[in-house]
Design a protein around this ligand. Structure first.
Ligand code: GLY
Length: 568
């Protein structure tokens, strides 16, 4: 039933799109797959299919991950992107583990108070809905650098499927059609956005063929000229011209000067496993390790699954880790982040020494932190192959469809990542996260992220690749998948499906998905003085993950959303 949407000839350039007529919506999603050679899980069935086909035709998981990244920019425009950024964790077949930072940077003309008015108050919406909200995009440089240094195929080969999808179009999945309809009014504010996401001023219907000619041309320029096809020449001209239509500050100098950075991964241990995560400017790797360090002295085996004591323990670890995030974390190239201290097991022991098994600790008054009203976007995908390559990628425009502004003539959306900076101390960002000097805006600085692409190794071999979107909930989602698999010994499918909860220090609330807490657990947590226990207004996370099992792989796409888990 889930046969390839592409038939691929010997030549990678000869992709032929096989249109499947009148398929039920379920064709656009597959949640679990098992195979011996390679596996991929992403938020888009079409993008996962691109990755699988690349591997089936001799490419590695790295080639596949790069191809999936470009394909997501076409098939999942809410978070897949050319105009955003992200992070990649990579386990190579030779056994190295690497961390690639292709986070956006603040433009050279950015300044600390750029989102404040003359009275020093935050101007509502400026860091979210405008040209000024955009950071210098990093995705194209990052994906191409990963391919050049660790891939085996050519740029043209990995970009061919994305170009084909953009140029020839594909039947629009129902969830994407719904998103277009939901954001219609915002798209209509910008003619190029309306042209991309509306059909002659009408909404697209599920199943209609959706083509993106401008985006196809941009992808072709990248295939032809590499990073210069995006950061210089016509596309750079179009980005700078787009800045001129609003109050944007991205310049030619910012674009030609953008560099992805290979950083030393956060390496920690948890019981018998090695945990590899993304270092700052993401807070993900440090916070996941810090929370695991706090949990490690406690027994969390199968018998502790879904128990109120376990939730209390994890919430208390989350509360402390997120408080540290607000104070200490930012771009390490601009601020002395105490990385070693925060990931030290002795520090976790001291930080958790006031844990009280009977009572919740005090996050102080709830204060200015508020739960976001924005939907939380970003997307995570995982790829593994039998040669020993494992790739964990989280990428984003920040909120859904970024600032909703398509670069006219170039066909891709700009991010609104500037909101991930602390735009004023004590003022929460769209995810309710607080920050301070460590994450203040400065020219060319990277804004702090929560993205947590993670690789778990056992005996030096990749075991699990996971991560998630979800703004501030990215980190707690990743933690729960890890605890579910490594401690509770759940299958990957159950670990990903299992209802989630989330606490981020401020606001002082436990948010939970339906089924995560029952009435007995809620009242037991209240007895422990947990003050706000509220149903989450959002699904928490979308943890598309892959695990090595039984000499093969199991791939799982999070059943909370339509996505594709494929393996062969
Ligand atoms: N934009 C969400 C994050 O990077 O955490």
């Amino acid at each position: 039933m889930f046969k390839n949407l592409f038939s691929i000839g010997q030549n990678f350039k000869s992709y032929t799109l096989v249109l499947i007529i009148c398929l039920p919506a379920v064709t656009w999603a597959q949640t679990v797959a098992e195979g011996k050679q390679g596996a991929v899980a992403s938020r888009s069935m079409l993008a996962s299919q691109v990755g699988l086909d690349i591997m089936k035709n001799g490419g590695s998981a790295v080639d596949a991950a790069v191809a999936v990244g470009f394909a997501l920019a076409v098939t999942y425009p809410s978070a897949g992107n050319l105009g955003g950024g992200g992070f990649m964790m990579l386990h190579t077949e030779s056994g190295e583990v690497l961390a690639l930072d292709f986070r956006e940077t603040a433009p050279g003309l950015a300044s600390k108070n750029m989102f404040l008015d003359d009275a020093g108050s935050v101007v509502k919406g400026l860091s979210i809905e405008t040209h000024l909200a955009a950071g210098v995009p990093g995705s194209v440089a990052g994906l191409l650098d990963a391919l050049e240094k660790h891939g085996t195929l050519s740029r043209q080969q990995v970009l061919a499927p994305a170009i084909k999808l953009a140029e020839e179009g594909f039947p629009l999945p129902s969830d994407i059609a719904e998103q277009f309809s939901k954001h219609q009014k915002e798209f209509q504010k910008h003619p190029a956005s309306a042209r991309s996401f509306m059909n002659q001023n009408k909404t697209y219907q599920a199943g209609e063929i959706w083509k993106q000619a401008d985006l196809a041309n941009t992808l072709k320029l990248i295939a032809q000229h590499g990073r210069d096809g995006f950061y210089k020449g016509k596309v750079a001209e179009l980005i700078v011209a787009e800045m001129g239509r609003g109050n944007g500050r991205i310049s030619h100098k910012d674009l030609s000067g953008y560099e992805p950075v290979w950083r030393e991964p956060i390496r920690g241990t948890y019981r018998s496993f090695d945990i590899w995560g993304m270092p700052p400017p993401s807070s993900g790797g440090i916070l996941v390790q810090q929370m695991l360090n706090m949990l490690e002295p406690y027994t969390l085996d199968k018998s502790r699954r879904n128990r109120e004591e376990t939730i209390h323990l994890m919430v208390e670890a989350e509360r402390r880790a997120y408080a540290d995030r607000a104070e200490y974390l930012g771009d390490p190239d601009h601020y002395p982040v105490p990385v070693k201290k925060l990931q030290d097991k002795a520090y976790a022991k001291q930080r958790f020494s006031d844990f009280n098994a009977q009572y919740a600790s005090d996050s102080e008054a709830i204060g200015p932190g508020k739960w976001p009203e924005e939907s939380r976007e970003t997307t995570h995908y995982s790829v593994m192959d039998a040669k020993g390559n494992a790739v964990s990628v989280t990428t984003t425009l920040n909120t859904a469809y970024g600032n909703k502004i398509v670069v006219a003539g170039a066909g891709f959306l700009l991010n609104n990542e500037m909101d991930d900076f602390s735009i004023k101390p004590g003022v929460a960002n769209t995810y309710g996260l607080l920050g301070n000097e460590a994450n203040a805006i400065a020219p060319n600085k990277r804004m702090l992220s929560s993205m947590s692409p993670t690789i778990v190794t056992l005996d030096d071999k990749p075991l699990l690749v996971t991560g998630s979107p979800g703004g501030s909930t990215i980190i707690t989602t990743t933690l729960q998948v890890l605890v579910n698999v490594l401690d509770h010994q759940m299958t990957l499918a159950s670990a990903v499906k299992s209802p989630r909860f989330h606490h981020q220090w401020k606001p002082n609330k436990i948010f939970y998905e339906p089924g995560a807490l029952n009435e007995t657990e809620i009242s037991a947590l209240k007895n422990k003085k947990h003050v706000g226990i509220v149903p989450s207004p959002w699904k928490i996370g979308d943890a598309n993950s892959v695990i090595r099992r039984n000499r093969g792989f199991i791939s799982v796409s999070d059943p909370r959303n339509m996505g594709g888990a494929l393996a062969y």
